[in-house]
Design a protein around this ligand. Structure first.
Ligand SMILES: C[S@@+](CC[C@H](N)C(=O)[O-])C[C@H]1O[C@@H](n2cnc3c(N)ncnc32)[C@H](O)[C@@H]1O
Length: 238
């Protein structure tokens, strides 16, 4: 069943009959929220806002304090989007950027800081967005890409136009050893790619967890922590 806040925006978009199909369908919308929740995302980037439905679903899955930065070339549907975000009490978690997605991504810090990115804009730009996003995605973060089946046309070697662009994108992703993932047949096909962690990433994550642990326990230096650990391992004295 479509929750009322989602039904509201779906109904309004249906008025734009010729472009309404650009909006993600409900099952995919639910999956966007779920994936965002599963990785406890706080920094989410979306390419292709349109009327803000997928933005809303990503924002609904954010961990506390998280934000979605969503970008679109056009501001034509911005008012619809903002109304829906406000109705869902999520507007304060969403930042909008108007302009070409490649420029928006280049303006972002080029270090791994994004937890999840959703690509759903011009198909010929997908490979460029992927290449700009990957260095900015944190290890263990996700890149999702919509319409990767392109109604089945992307599977044909003679694919042309947008279908050919998606076909090239799918090959590009498949050849990228930095990620693991799959293409799932939800809606028009969605890629779910997880950025792998290397040994250095795991070491750094372990260090960060230990640091958090020390801070929480009020034991702020390595020496203090080590002496606590040694003490815990010693047999109790009589
Ligand atoms: C399929 S719609 C996005 C649908 C939206 N994610 C949803 O599910 O409700 C694609 C959007 O990408 C935008 N777009 C197209 N080319 C773009 C570009 N070069 N940079 C940013 N946005 C672009 C279009 O204006 C359009 O609103």
């Amino acid at each position: 069943m479509i929750p009322p806040k989602h039904a509201d925006i779906t109904a309004r978009v249906a008025a734009y009959i010729e472009v309404a199909e650009m909006q993600v369908p409900h099952a995919q919308a639910v999956l966007l929220t779920l994936l965002t929740k599963l990785i406890r995302a706080t920094t989410v980037v979306e390419i292709g806002t349109f009327t803000g439905y997928s933005t809303l679903c990503l924002a609904a899955g954010l961990a506390p304090g998280g934000t979605v930065t969503t970008c679109d070339l056009t501001s034509d549907y911005h008012e619809i989007a903002v109304r829906a975000w406000e109705a869902a009490n999520l507007a304060d978690r969403i930042h909008t950027v108007h302009g070409p997605a490649a420029r928006t991504l280049r303006d972002m810090p080029s270090v791994p800081h994004i937890d999840l990115a959703f690509i759903d804009a011009d198909k010929t730009g997908y490979v460029e967005y992927w290449d700009l996003l990957l260095p900015r995605i944190r290890p263990g973060g996700l890149v999702l890409a919509d319409n990767v089946l392109y109604a089945g046309e992307a599977a044909a070697p003679e694919a042309a136009g947008n279908a050919a662009a998606i076909r090239a994108f799918n090959r590009h992703v498949h050849a990228d050893t930095r990620v693991e993932g799959l293409l799932i047949p939800v809606a028009d096909g969605m890629t779910i790619a997880r950025k792998k962690e290397d040994a250095g990433d795991r070491r750094r994550a372990g260090k960060a967890r230990r640091r958090q642990c020390r801070i929480r326990s009020g034991c702020r230096t390595d020496d203090q922590r080590d002496s606590d650990l040694r003490a815990a391992r010693r047999p109790p004295t009589q």
